[in-house]
Design a protein around this ligand. Structure first.
Ligand code: ADP
Length: 541
């Protein structure tokens, strides 16, 4: 027998409608790209999102088309999130930290028809524009006063002009909840970045689940600072969960350094902040150096890379609790959090610290299991380690415009590429990664790309890139190189070889020369073995 409850679609526009109706005067504070702090409310954001939806409709954008953004965390980007998805188009957040060819690939692959971008990226977009085949309109996300006098982009549109000229009367269409809402690319281990296409349903369910007290704990009583960029898995869904709950939102713009973040946290009374470990290290160092205390912060969500244990105590000195979040672009991204249970209430500090060094237990909606190399399930005993597989309503079922591949098992689980243990209480801990990408400051560096370049050097026979723990950036690339017989090359010469071929922050920190690299029986490079061999490697800088 069918239940008799209403079949109302879960839509992103309803989050904004709710925020406007019940939290209309709750503030959204942004550090603008132009400089000053910008303040308005959820009510203003909703009104301007409708204006933008009208403007995009006038530009000819229709349901199912893709609108790209190259933008920091700010109020205009927030409006774009809601206007684009709300009208039935797909909000494609492009990561500006990628290098030019990858950005061009992503925009072309996503078939973006409009590209909206912050002032910071004007020169980059001018350079890329001729290679962006599907973009019909370029929109600079600024006001008339900041529009460039001259630009090579034909008919560059001004965001504020578009919004100002458009009516704020707009009825959000009642879409199918499974319709695509947004798109985000993730760098794979091989080849081009892969797109993850979210739906309205997955986004709203993820907003519910990530708001829970045991997840990110989002509430109308709180003030939330997403330092994780809005081009990085929708800033962990915070623009949606904050609207759902009517939380005050503080958007740091392009400034994520310790001084700027400290200022925002103190001035805006931020209670919850979220981002990668590198950001918190910078903030904590700034506080320590200048004998500063944070007064309002209750919780810091640390994810993207493992949180160092010392950070738990450092944050505690400011009265803030560290909560680790494990997630992936393919998971929208929230999967597990390290929240303690009732039975841990009497635990000593060391036990709790241990708990927070784990990636955490599953949020309801995320099923997880560990399997061995043959795909056989392993026990959750805290000892057995295997490949982590997940499934759930906000987990990717297939990469955008790609065939189903080995990322998914035949019985429908997603292979995360993380090697983990799960203890009897359900707490997962990452022990290794089967994927070989290197994670620096929360962003991926492709090891394959680094290797391919270096083997192009006439003296290099074989090269392997591995991520080695780094005190500031979590991991930095180290190249392990075998030279051709009879050939010579120096460290500096090989590092120089990268100049102009990759984004400068991708450049490896060091090169070591070895006689041979470890291989499997089938001749595959054994990255795990190599990582083990260099586990104690110490950076000289
Ligand atoms: P994110 O936005 O969370 O960085 P990505 O898709 O770029 O998402 O990266 C996902 C990968 O990052 C995971 O598979 C895992 O290897 C790593 N990761 C994410 N969160 C954590 C964490 N808390 N601790 C350790 N590694 C993590």
């Amino acid at each position: 027998m069918r239940g008799q409850m209403m079949d109302q679609p879960l839509l992103i526009s309803s989050l904004l409608d709710h925020a406007e109706r019940y939290h209309s005067d709750t503030e959204i504070v942004s550090r603008s790209i132009e400089g000053p702090i910008h303040r308005y409310t959820w009510g203003d954001a909703a009104r301007r999102a409708r204006q933008l939806a009208n403007a995009l409709t006038d530009l000819g954008v229709v349901e199912g088309e893709t609108v790209g953004t190259l933008a920091w965390n700010g109020y205009r980007h927030l409006e774009a999130y809601y206007a684009v998805s709300g009208m039935g188009a797909i909000c494609h957040t492009v990561n500006p930290r990628l290098f030019a060819e990858q950005i061009a690939y992503i925009v072309n692959h996503g078939e973006d028809v409009v590209l909206m971008f912050d002032l910071t990226f004007l020169a980059m977009v001018e350079q890329l524009a001729p290679t962006l085949n599907t973009v019909r309109h370029f929109v600079l996300m600024t006001d008339r006063d900041h529009m460039p006098r001259e630009t090579s982009i034909d008919n560059l549109l001004c965001y504020e002009d578009l919004v100002r000229r458009s009516s704020d009367r707009y009825e959000w269409p009642v879409l199918n909840e499974n319709a695509a809402s947004s798109l985000c690319y993730t760098s794979g281990t091989t080849g081009n970045p892969k797109g993850v296409l979210y739906s309205h349903r997955s986004t709203v369910l993820h907003a519910f689940a990530s708001s829970l007290p045991d997840s990110l704990h989002i509430s109308a009583e709180g003030c939330v600072l997403p330092v994780v960029p809005m081009f990085h898995v929708n800033a962990w869904g915070l623009p949606y969960s904050c609207a759902m709950n009517g939380a005050k939102l503080v958007l740091p713009g392009a400034k994520m350094d310790g001084i700027s973040l400290y200022e925002l946290i103190e001035n805006e009374h931020v209670t919850l902040a979220a981002g990668v470990p590198t950001v918190w290290l910078m903030l904590l160092q700034h506080c320590e150096r200048n004998h500063l205390k944070m007064h309002s912060l209750k919780r810091v969500i640390v994810g993207g890379s493992a949180a160092p244990e010392s950070m738990i105590d450092q944050l505690a000195e400011h009265g803030a609790e560290l909560r680790q979040l494990w997630g992936m672009t393919e998971l929208s991204p929230c999967g597990t959090t390290s929240t303690p249970k009732f039975k841990h209430r009497a635990s000593d500090a060391q036990t709790l610290r241990q708990l927070h060094t784990r990636q955490g237990r599953a949020i309801f909606g995320v099923d997880l299991r560990i399997v061995d190399d043959m795909g056989r399930p392993l026990p959750h005993d805290g000892v057995a380690f295997g490949n982590l597989q997940v499934r759930g309503p906000w987990v990717l079922s297939q990469y955008f415009r790609r065939e189903r591949d080995s990322a998914h098992t035949e019985d429908g689980w997603f292979n995360t590429g993380d090697v983990v243990t799960v203890d009897k209480d359900g707490y997962m801990k990452i022990t290794d990664r089967t994927k070989d990408v290197i994670k620096s400051g929360g962003e991926w560096i492709s090891s394959i790309e680094l290797e391919n370049i270096l083997v192009g050097h006439p003296a290099v026979a074989e090269a392997a890139a591995i991520g080695v723990p780094h005190p500031k950036w979590d991991e930095r690339p180290l190249m392990v190189v075998v030279l051709k017989p009879g050939q010579t090359a120096t460290r500096d010469e090989l590092l120089d070889f990268y100049k102009g071929k990759i984004a400068s922050w991708w450049t490896p920190n060091d090169i070591v020369f070895v006689a041979e690299l470890p291989h499997t029986a089938t001749g595959k490079l054994q990255k795990m073995k190599l990582r083990e061999l260099f586990a104690d490697y110490k950076w000289s800088d």
